[in-house]
Design a protein around this ligand. Structure first.
Ligand SMILES: *Cc1c(COP(=O)(O)O)cnc(C)c1O
Length: 401
């Protein structure tokens, strides 16, 4: 997307606003498919929680993607978007057995990551094919908040509990049709990922009726120039070769599955805001924007870096700013950041605002959540209106005293 397109969108629809470039999503999807073109049966399950607007889900369907979901509501959204239940995978953590059974009844592939739940589910529904989430205890993550493979993680069934797992499966006579891992976001080192995959391959030999192995996600995308990103092409080449070898050993051509969220949508997203005020203190120049962590929490929550551009003055000389929000809390988007000289009223754009941005937004300070636009074939399509006060009052019960 060009700067002038973003500027035109902010003029037409106002700001703050989220904009997603459909072209970028499509390119990332195709890149992943191409990297694994040597695997005859590849399944890509888009992780809905990254960006769950129904039009985005429909676009994913249009590209040929399946879905990965973590709540019954995401499953229902997927069905509403037109996905066959059989194309949806349910990979929750810590949800009730009732929710798992309700999702399973819809015809969705369930993935269980807890031995107690597995035993209860298997005893009642031995014929339902189930995938199990293994924790290989490989710490492939880039940040302690998002590494889920380590020994004390709440995610997955520990590889050390395999004997117990196998006993439950034998006792309940349940049918395991897939195994899965999701070692954590941000794979920086392909060798670490391949090492975790070896643990999964070894474990897979315990199961005779697998239809697929799901390698989760955690593909790292670049957030700034020169950033390391997961080399998808290299991973595709190495893992495909190893996977095909595994299929020969296993005696069946099973599917290789992934569940990318960030990889598909992060870079497509732009969060457009405008500058309410400039405030100088003794040490700092603050740019105060018309947003806060109610709309965009990743910088505060994960300390994530998002490039900021002043698209009202894109040729301007760069100066140092602290970009902060309007919420009555500390909500710093960027500290001591070099940005093209900012004046009040200028339009600032945050990059990499596609994944875990709108989906984590909320109404703190009784602020309204912003609109969302999909940039498709060089046109801005509004895919969510901005909220109004009715959205805040909806479901509240007013008592008059
Ligand atoms: C969140 C999640 C993903 C997506 O992770 P990304 O880092 O966004 O690609 C995939 N699988 C599971 C089980 C998840 O919980």
């Amino acid at each position: 997307m060009k700067t002038k397109d973003l500027l035109a969108i902010s003029k037409k629809f106002g700001s703050p606003i989220y904009v997603y470039d459909a072209n970028k999503i499509e390119n990332q999807y195709k890149r992943l498919v191409k990297a694994f073109s040597n695997v005859s049966n590849l399944r890509i399950h888009y992780a809905v929680k990254a960006l769950s607007n129904i039009s985005i889900l429909k676009f994913m369907k249009h590209l040929g993607s399946d879905l990965d979901t973590v709540s019954i509501q995401e499953v229902e959204l997927g069905i509403q978007a037109g996905f066959e239940p059989s194309k949806i995978m349910f990979t929750p953590n810590g949800v009730s057995i009732d929710e798992i059974e309700a999702v399973s009844k819809l015809g969705v592939q369930i993935n269980i990551d807890n031995l107690s739940i597995l035993e209860q589910f298997g005893s009642k529904n031995p014929e339902t094919p189930v995938c199990i989430r293994i924790n290989p205890h490989v710490n492939a993550g880039g940040n302690s908040n998002i590494s889920v493979g380590h020994i004390d993680s709440k995610f997955g069934i520990s590889i050390h509990q395999t004997p117990h797992l196998l006993r439950i499966i034998k006792n309940t006579k349940m049918n395991i049709n897939g195994i899965h891992m999701h070692t954590g976001s941000d794979i920086l080192d392909i060798e670490v990922f391949l090492y975790a995959s070896e643990i999964l391959f070894e474990n897979a030999l315990n199961f005779k009726n697998l239809d697929f192995i799901d390698f989760g996600s955690g593909f790292k995308v670049p957030y700034k120039q020169g950033d390391i990103e997961t080399n998808i092409e290299e991973l595709g080449e190495k893992l495909s070769r190893r996977f095909n070898e595994f299929c020969r050993q296993y005696g069946k051509k099973i599917a290789l599955a992934f569940e990318p969220g960030k990889f598909l949508v992060s870079e497509s997203g732009h969060f457009i805001t405008s500058v309410n005020a400039i405030k100088q203190t003794t040490s700092t120049v603050f740019a105060q924007i018309n947003s806060g962590f109610n709309h965009f929490i990743r910088p505060m929550f994960y300390n994530s870096y998002h490039e900021i551009q002043n698209i009202s003055n894109s040729k301007g000389k760069k100066r140092f700013y602290s970009v902060v929000g309007y919420i009555c809390e500390t909500d710093t988007f960027a500290n001591n950041r070099k940005i093209e000289e900012i004046s009040e009223g200028d339009v600032l754009v945050f990059k990499n605002a596609g994944a875990y941005c709108f989906t984590m937004s909320n109404n703190y300070n009784s602020r309204l959540r912003p609109a969302e636009v999909l940039w498709f074939k060089n046109k801005p399509l509004l895919i969510r209106e901005k909220e109004d006060l009715n959205d805040i009052l909806n479901k509240q019960i007013e008592i008059n005293f």
